[in-house]
Design a protein around this ligand. Sequence first.
Ligand SMILES: [Zn+2]
Length: 75
Amino acid sequence: MPIFEYLCQACGHRFESIVQGSKVPECPTCKNTQLEKQLSAFAVGGRADSFASEMPAGPCGTCGDPRGPGACAID
Ligand SMILES: [Zn+2]
């Protein structure tokens, strides 16, 4: 499950929130929803982010395998 770290822009409180669907998290201290999303623990290293930015949406939605959708799983 995705856990994101947020920094409240109203009071500066930093907290982690499990984001489910499109649910908008709010500051547990002041209930503000003006939040700045920080890099989560899972994103540290930026490997996934850099990979996604360097690779445009290829034929395979998961790995960019040129052979086509699902090709990487079939092998
Ligand atoms: Zn706050």
